[in-house]
Design a protein around this ligand. Structure first.
Ligand code: NAD
Ligand code: TYD
Length: 355
């Protein structure tokens, strides 16, 4: 059987972690389909430059002709779909890119997939999977109590989460209407190596080291449920390989923290690992700024279904994962400086040939 898999968004934060994991742990060939927006960075896959089982294609998921061609050329056994515009603040300032990629792009990918899948021989057709990688933000905001279940009604707040909710609905509609064997996973906030410095944790680490303010929205009492990115990648592998078609799985780390607690923990780690030259704590750089419009108060995942049915549990807790993350950012100036300067765009042109 052909062992080729499509990964969309494989040059992003979570996609690149998944590509690194699947190359290491399977014998699959991965076709990494990524448009390389500002968030796509092939330097995160520099270690795979000469790996023949990693095939990169710079392709927009809204481009149906290009997608059809990729399906015909590579005949994949499935698709894991991560390509998206992913940052809530950007979605507030410019929602239309989110509508285009997350909704139109997902619908285009679903149609290209369906057209390829419906003509497959019976065995391949049954074994095929379309796995949509989604977020817990589709469920909206929790109050002080409760957890998101797979059955929690959708109630998205931001243009980002509304666009991801729409794409989840499209994926389910393609399953119900056309019998496409789909899987959906809704995961909590990820953190770890190679995250683009616009999300909270890399913003705080890099601003701290640069002597800049650490921006805390509102009162800093919003709660997120943090998961180390490599634990998410392992969960995605497991769901793709063993999940029941038509099912949704919530993924989360049982690590609820207020934003203030996250910033404080980062400052304390940096005080220990890279103390400020003036002897003061990085806590001095904490700065309260205006709140995000429509800011969801609390996210928290009940991950008991994936644990019970597929045996997944996270390997990292917040203490161990955050230390690993800070150590990675401290050890990887090259990657960071290229991201900050914009040099990563040229690095990709110089070092990565499209195959
Ligand atoms: P990211 O922004 O780091 O990466 C997104 C990738 O998609 C980039 O490589 C980008 O170039 C690519 N892309 C964007 N538009 C494209 C298009 N039109 N065609 C092809 N490629 C395109 O995002 P991430 O944090 O790695 O998130 C990956 C997925 O996981 C997203 O679908 C996101 O909604 C979901 N998710 C993220 C989190 C999180 O905490 N980061 C949590 C749960 C779910
Ligand atoms: P973020 O990393 O953008 O993820 P999401 O919005 O998907 O949860 O933000 C995490 C939390 O941190 C969220 O409550 C907003 C807050 N935040 C700040 O307080 N300051 C910042 O600079 C950023 C980027 C986020």
């Amino acid at each position: 059987m052909n062992k080729t898999l499509f990964i969309t968004g494989g040059a992003g934060f979570i996609g690149s972690a998944l590509v690194r994991l699947l190359i290491a742990e399977t014998d699959w060939t991965l076709v990494n389909i990524d448009k390389l927006t500002y968030a796509g960075n092939l330097e995160s896959l520099a270690m795979l430059q000469d790996q023949p089982r990693h095939v990169f294609s710079r392709t927009d998921i809204c481009d149906r002709v290009a997608l059809d061609q990729l399906f015909q050329t590579h005949q994949p056994l499935g698709v894991i779909h991560l390509a998206a515009e992913s940052h809530v603040d950007r979605s507030i300032h410019g929602p239309l890119d989110f509508i285009q990629t997350n909704i139109v792009g997902t619908a285009t990918l679903l149609e290209a997939t369906r057209s390829y899948w419906q003509d497959l021989p019976a065995a391949e057709k049954t074994a095929f999977r379309f796995h949509h990688v989604s977020t817990d933000e589709v469920y909206g905001s929790l109050g002080a109590d409760g957890l998101f279940l797979e059955t929690t009604p959708y109630d998205p707040s931001s243009p980002y989460s509304a666009s991801k909710a729409s794409s989840d609905h499209l994926v389910r509609a393609w399953a119900r209407t056309y019998d496409l064997p789909v899987l959906i996973t809704n995961c909590s906030n990820n953190y770890g190596p190679y995250q683009f410095p616009e999300k909270l944790i890399p913003v705080v680490i890099l601003n701290a080291l640069a002597g800049k303010p650490l921006p805390i929205y509102g009162r800093g009492d919003n709660v997120r449920d943090w998961l180390y990115v490599e634990d998410h990648a392992r969960a995605l592998h497991l769901v793709f390989a063993s999940g029941q078609p038509g099912q949704t799985y919530n993924i989360g780390g049982h690590n609820e923290k207020t934003n203030l607690a996250v910033v404080d923990a980062l400052c304390q780690l940096l005080d220990e690992l890279r103390p400020r030259s003036d002897g003061l704590s990085y806590l001095e750089q904490k700065t309260f700024v205006s709140d995000r419009p429509g800011h969801d108060q609390r996210y928290a995942i009940d991950a008991s279904k994936i644990q019970r049915e597929l045996g997944w549990t996270p390997a990292e807790d917040f203490t161990s994962g955050l230390r690993k993350t800070v150590l990675w950012y401290l050890a990887n100036d090259g990657w960071i400086n290229n991201v900050i300067s914009g040099e990563y765009r040229q690095w990709m042109d110089r070092n990565y040939r499209q195959r």
